[in-house]
Design a binder for this molecule. Structure first.
Ligand code: ROI
Length: 170
């Protein structure tokens, strides 16, 4: 795999609501730790959240991880999709339906990316409580590439039943 010299800080959103979501997330964190050319710097606590989208699906468990990586965005996407596959993710399943594991690139340094496979910052980032609150736990001072601060976004997005379940290593 071609390696960039520069290391970038990246935030990855984790979500699961099938097949014991807590176990899925613990296993996903272990897989993120093994990513090539990358270092796992922080993981938020795990949060229980109400499903966004169709309501006839189980509650989710969500978290956010911070990595330093030398992988290019598309290489990171490939690696994350491989981890999703290893966790039984069905890609062609219903849009906004239940999933065993979802790994989303939320932010890649201060980059704005708009390609067929990848949009960064992630389109849901600014409205999703289950992304914003875990993110704030590990990066309270964060600003988006457009300059908006995470704290301003948090003040606009209610918890909507989000509850912290555990710290990651417990
Ligand atoms: N809802 C919650 N609460 N958490 C998620 O991670 C999540 N992921 C999704 C959709 C289906 C939009 N809803 C979600 O992809």
């Amino acid at each position: 795999m071609p390696e960039q010299v520069t290391e970038h800080n990246v935030y990855v959103g984790l979500g699961a609501n099938l097949a014991n979501p807590l176990t899925q997330l613990h296993s996903a964190v272990a897989a993120l730790r093994q990513l090539p050319h990358s270092r796992l710097l922080a993981v938020s606590g795990f949060y229980g959240s109400k499903p966004m989208g169709p309501q006839d699906q189980p509650d989710y468990v969500n978290a956010v991880a911070k990595l330093a990586t030398k992988l290019l965005p598309i290489e990171l996407l490939d690696a994350l999709q491989q981890i999703e596959q290893q966790h039984g993710r069905q890609r062609k399943a219903q849009r906004w339906g239940a999933r065993t594991l979802d790994l989303d690139i939320l932010l890649y340094a201060n980059h704005t990316i708009s390609s067929e496979r990848l949009i960064v910052p992630h389109y849901g980032l600014t409205q999703r409580e289950f992304v914003l609150y875990p993110l704030a736990e590990i990066a309270p001072q964060l600003q988006l590439p457009c300059g908006t601060s995470l704290q301003v976004l948090l003040s606009q997005v209610p918890l909507n039943g989000l509850e912290k379940l555990s710290n990651t290593c417990s």
